[in-house]
Design a protein around this ligand. Structure first.
Ligand code: KIV
Length: 316
């Protein structure tokens, strides 16, 4: 796996101290664990000298292995599952059972990265009991924490989850589960009053015990205000560079999607095109008789082939 003590700033600080170098003025950051933990993520503020956190979504074991081998810090089994894997137009249709099914697939890859299970719409809105049971379903499937959308109005549920020892990642700004209330997927907090309300929400989430906060679809300047206002890391998506980390959806960054990407998506590959070309070659090879060839087939030994030939069934 990509995580090892070579990235461990505590280990290198200890080594240079032992060699007689001057001790660093600031307290050393906690060592990067072999498997990423919630307390480690919670400690990663860029203002304190941490490298930005990296999170990517994944929905199955191969995706989790790719993300983990690339060295991400966190794998989010996002409710974007609904759109990028299950073919829905929005995230509202996905259920806790479907989220748990895909969380389990990701967890079976045993990634070093922290596995974050996304609570889908209506799984944390009805009652505290339902919220805790639904979150427990994701934890039992293999998530180490859950993410939920919304600000101060979610505090009761967040406190109940934390009370049940379930770490919570917040999600503010453009919260796709509120698409009808927001009138579509729109950049949020563009006016000063809304920006201040967002900062207040972020402070309330951090105060309630959220260990990190996703900021989605907000102006760069507002993301910076939030990042400066809370002592837990902010993880941006469409929130500019001044967050404590960034997250992208797996299918967006690999170009596996037909959908026109949002402005904030950077495509690092065009796997849709590469995949269509590869499958197209297979189609042509089968239709042209070029697949499978001799080396891709199993064969009888010559004695057996000879024996079968007595009955007129010899291979050609
Ligand atoms: O579901 C998801 O993929 C998300 C990210 C966009 C943060 O919530």
């Amino acid at each position: 796996m990509a995580h090892d003590s070579a990235h461990d700033s505590t280990a290198s600080a200890a080594t240079s101290e032992a060699a007689g170098a001057r001790a660093p003025a600031a307290a050393p950051a906690p060592a990067r664990p072999a498997r990423i933990t919630v307390p480690w993520v919670r400690s990663r503020k860029v203002a304190d000298g941490a490298d930005p956190l990296v999170m990517v979504t994944a929905y199955d074991a191969p995706g989790a292995r790719i993300a983990d081998d690339a060295g991400v810090d966190m794998i989010l089994v996002g409710d974007s599952l609904a759109m990028v894997v299950l073919g829905y137009d929005d995230t509202l249709s996905v259920t806790v059972e479907e989220m748990a099914h895909h969380t389990a697939a990701v967890a079976r890859a045993r990634p070093a990265a922290l596995v974050v299970g996304d609570l889908p719409w209506m799984s944390y809105h009805v009652s505290v009991e339902e919220t805790v049971r639904n979150a427990a379903q994701l934890i039992r499937a293999g998530a180490q924490c859950v993410k939920l959308e919304g600000g101060s109005k979610r505090l009761t549920m967040i406190e109940a989850l934390i009370d049940a020892e379930i770490p919570v990642m917040g999600h503010l700004g453009l919260t796709p589960q509120s698409m009808h209330a927001m009138g579509g997927f729109r950049v949020q907090a563009k006016e000063s009053e809304a920006a201040l309300a967002l900062v207040a929400d972020a402070k309330a989430l951090a105060h309630a015990g959220c260990f990190a906060i996703v900021l989605e679809g907000v102006p760069d300047e507002v993301a910076r205000m939030v990042t400066d206002a809370v002592d837990v890391p902010t993880i941006g998506i469409g929130a500019g560079p001044r967050c404590d980390g960034q997250v992208l959806v797996y299918h967006d960054l690999l170009g596996l999607e037909d959908r026109t990407p949002a402005k904030f998506v950077r495509r690092y590959a065009d796997l849709k095109q590469a995949s269509v070309a590869a499958v197209g070659e297979f189609v042509a090879d089968v239709r042209g008789g070029a697949f499978p060839d001799h080396s891709e087939s199993y064969h009888l030994d010559s004695a057996q082939a000879e024996a079968l030939s007595l009955y007129g069934a010899a291979p050609d």
